[in-house]
Ligand binder design. Structure first.
Ligand SMILES: Cc1cc2nc3c(=O)[nH]c(=O)nc-3n(C[C@H](O)[C@H](O)[C@H](O)COP(=O)(O)OP(=O)(O)OC[C@H]3O[C@@H](n4cnc5c(N)ncnc54)[C@H](O)[C@@H]3O)c2cc1C
Length: 294
């Protein structure tokens, strides 16, 4: 049955320099991080069309977590589990909650930050949360024998359907950077199963700063895996500067504006997904109100 089937070549760079040499020679090679998404793809192995596999597991530079007093930097090969244990005192609660929501403990031992952000066509939890935390990603692009390094906000790594765009066919996400000043209101909710029933799922996250009687720096993202990655600048600016509590009529109006925006921009989201996202968004605002009154 397997006659004629060849194993793909696996390259194991130990540094970013070695990685560059390999990727220039094999620009179509698949980058292998934790492998959890790749192994779940129907055609992952083996394939004549592929140019081998580059296993990132031996690149120690991609496994570091460093911090200074302004931000923390996390290497692309840090796993969800490592980040949860190393960052317990450091990371904002919303990021810890996000990491804990990613599959089982066994899955989290395998899943990496880079792999989670670089699935080509499905946006899941980590992209959603890092987008509202204004995190940025360092990306190295390998084109025509030249390497360029750019920092890109995570919110801008994807198009409106959530498809990844690193700016080059051969690119490596090396690390992310998260500022250490967080707002004190953080909410993250996943409904449905992002992996087994991604068609019915949604991921909703909001982050804001409460000042005296008002709100500032509101950031909001709602994601429907394989359908939409939605950041509403309009809603964010309407909420930033709002006095607390927000009038129930305004809550209602904003939540219907969200649905109108989503419907206009993304035709594939189901009515049930829209309604659930709307209610979750509303519940965040009611939560904000009740906290401001207590
Ligand atoms: C049972 C199960 C349940 C899960 N549940 C959830 C969940 O609820 N929420 C959630 O968010 N996730 C969940 N996940 C994880 C998610 O589905 C992906 O499997 C995971 O995020 C991929 O990470 P990885 O490190 O294994 O990446 P890989 O599978 O190795 O790679 C994923 C993609 O990213 C590319 N890539 C990897 N690293 C880089 C890099 N540094 N630069 C450029 N490209 C790169 C690869 O080439 C590939 O295309 C679950 C996974 C499983 C198996």
């Amino acid at each position: 049955m397997y006659e004629g089937v060849r194993s793909p070549l696996v390259y194991t760079p130990r540094s970013i320099g070695e990685f560059s040499t390999i990727i220039f020679r094999h620009p179509q090679a698949i980058l292998w991080a934790g492998g959890t998404h790749l192994m779940a793809s129907p055609d992952y192995y083996p394939s004549e069309a592929r140019d081998g596999i580059i296993d990132l597991a031996f690149m120690d530079e991609l496994k570091r977590i460093t911090r200074n007093d302004r931000y923390v930097e996390i290497g692309a090969m840090v796993t969800a589990r490592q980040l949860l244990s190393a960052g317990r005192l450091l990371l904002p609660p919303i990021l810890q909650q996000t990491l804990r929501s990613m599959g089982t403990q066994i899955v989290r031992r395998q899943v990496t930050v880079g792999g989670s952000l670089c699935i080509s066509d499905a946006r899941l939890s980590l992209s959603t949360t890092l987008a509202i935390l204004s995190a940025s990603a360092e990306v190295k692009r390998y084109d025509q024998g030249k390497v360029t390094t750019v920092w890109i906000p995570v919110a801008k790594l994807y198009d409106k359907e959530g498809k990844l765009n690193l700016g080059s066919k051969s690119a490596l996400l090396t690390r992310i950077r998260i500022g250490l000043e967080f707002g004190d209101f953080q909410r993250f909710v996943v409904f449905g199963d992002p992996i087994r029933k991604s068609d019915e799922c949604g991921i909703v996250a909001l982050h804001a700063k409460r000042e005296q009687n008002g709100l500032s720096k509101v950031q909001f993202c709602v994601t429907f895996p394989r359908k939409a990655f939605h950041i509403s600048k309009d809603l964010e600016s309407k909420l930033s500067g709002s006095a607390l509590p927000i009038h129930p009529e305004k809550v209602n109006m904003l939540s219907h504006e969200l649905v109108a925006e989503l419907t206009k921009m993304h035709s594939t989201i189901s009515d049930l997904q829209l309604e659930r996202a709307r209610r979750i968004f509303e519940s965040f605002l009611h939560d904000l109100n009740s906290q401001s009154l207590s």
